[in-house]
Write a protein that binds this ligand. Structure first.
Ligand code: SF4
Length: 373
């Protein structure tokens, strides 16, 4: 087997890390804030409860760094749900196999309708999303439909079941630019508790996925933990940072993005095991910016309009807007099929207008396929 983050993960003791994070002091935070280049130990200090009174200076520093590296731009993308079929049971997700909901997989005509509707909304950057159903929404489905979808958009990402290296390499030739793959939690016992059936129960196959993406030469790799799934969101987010630093060292040709999904209500959903409040989410976002100045930070419609309007100008590079989380949601609604209820229900134009008022420049298209990758 090729090298993988798994070896590093095996050296990291969850309880020990949790203790280390909680033991950070005001002095550690002050020392970290005085530095320009941060280590993972510094990141731990910024993530810790001791950094809570320092959110304001962290935000100021994060905003300055973001403007220096990225100017005033904010990229806009939108998810296109192709299918809500899933062969897994995850305690926190409405698409779980055992949930008795209506199932739908878009056919070619429906996909074209969705693509045309989304283009009219102004988007040129698309995130394809499916449940995880290897046989019905697997490589054959992707081979058949990605070339069509690609004709409509100049940037194409996907968030589907983890695939093999050679499959990612093939999808890249069909026009795939990036893949989001969230570990959900890096705490294996919590992971097993929340993944009850299906291939997703294989914690290590998922953990190795970003390595396979790097080995396949995929241009952009998105990481994240589902905040609230384990009993310590701080430890999970520290693991994300470890994962990011490892990947940047091993697959330096790829770009990286980090997302911050918090558990949202869904059909048959669960209560979070650790609650992260909004100030703590700001703290986390700023901590990532200070650790990784060049990495894209993304904030979805899971968060409220008020929160997004105030936090995007600090350190966020990419936002989704006007999102529907059900297959066929743009051209023909189908609200009963949705995965979770977005919190920011404004239209894409309304979100763009708010960000312009805050002095930012929405970017709908930042690349053209003829330029290659
Ligand atoms: S989280 Fe993903 S794998 Fe789990 S049930 Fe939902 S769609 Fe399926």
């Amino acid at each position: 087997m090729n090298a993988s983050f798994r070896e590093r993960w095996q050296q990291l003791d969850w309880d020990d890390l949790t203790l280390q994070i909680n033991a950070k002091t005001t002095r550690d935070v002050q020392h970290t804030l005085a530095r320009d280049t941060l280590t993972l130990d510094d990141f731990m200090a910024l993530l810790s409860p001791a950094a809570r009174p320092f959110i304001e200076p962290m935000a100021q520093k994060a905003q300055k760094m973001t403007r220096q590296r990225f100017g005033h731009t904010v990229g806009f993308y939108v998810p296109l749900y192709l299918s809500n079929l899933c062969a897994n049971d995850c305690t926190y997700c409405g698409f779980s196999m055992s949930n008795r909901i209506k199932r739908k997989t878009l056919n070619e005509t429906e996909i074209i309708n969705e693509c045309e509707t989304i283009r009219k909304m102004g988007f040129d950057s698309l995130l394809l999303v499916t449940g995880e159903h290897q046989t019905k929404v697997g490589m054959d489905y992707f081979r058949q439909h990605i070339p069509t979808i690609r004709r409509y958009f100049s940037s194409l990402m996907m968030e589907v079941q983890p695939l093999a290296t050679e499959e990612y390499a093939e999808l890249k030739t069909l026009g795939l630019d990036g893949v989001m793959v969230y570990q959900e939690t890096y705490h294996e016992p919590a992971y097993q508790l929340h993944h009850l059936k299906g291939k997703k129960q294989d914690f290590h196959w998922r953990l190795d996925t970003p390595d396979r993406l790097g080995q396949a030469g995929v241009d952009k790799i998105g990481l994240g933990a589902l905040i609230g799934l384990s009993n310590s969101w701080r430890t999970d987010c520290y693991m994300v940072a470890e994962h990011l630093i490892y990947l940047q060292k091993h697959y330096w040709q790829s770009r990286y993005s980090i997302s911050f999904p918090r558990l949202r209500p869904c059909a048959g959903g669960i209560e979070p095991a650790s609650i992260m409040n909004e100030p703590e989410l700001v703290q986390l976002i700023c901590a990532f910016r200070l650790l990784a100045p060049d990495v894209e930070l993304s904030l979805s419609t899971r968060e409220s309009p008020y929160f997004r309007d105030h936090v995007v100008p600090l350190a966020i590079n990419n936002v989704s807007a006007g999102s529907k989380t059900q297959p066929g949601g743009y051209a023909d609604d189908h609200a009963e099929l949705e995965q979770f209820a977005p919190h920011d229900n404004r239209s894409a134009a309304q979100v763009a207008e708010s960000l312009i008022k805050a002095g930012l420049q929405p970017v709908w298209k930042d690349w053209d396929s003829y330029l290659g990758r």
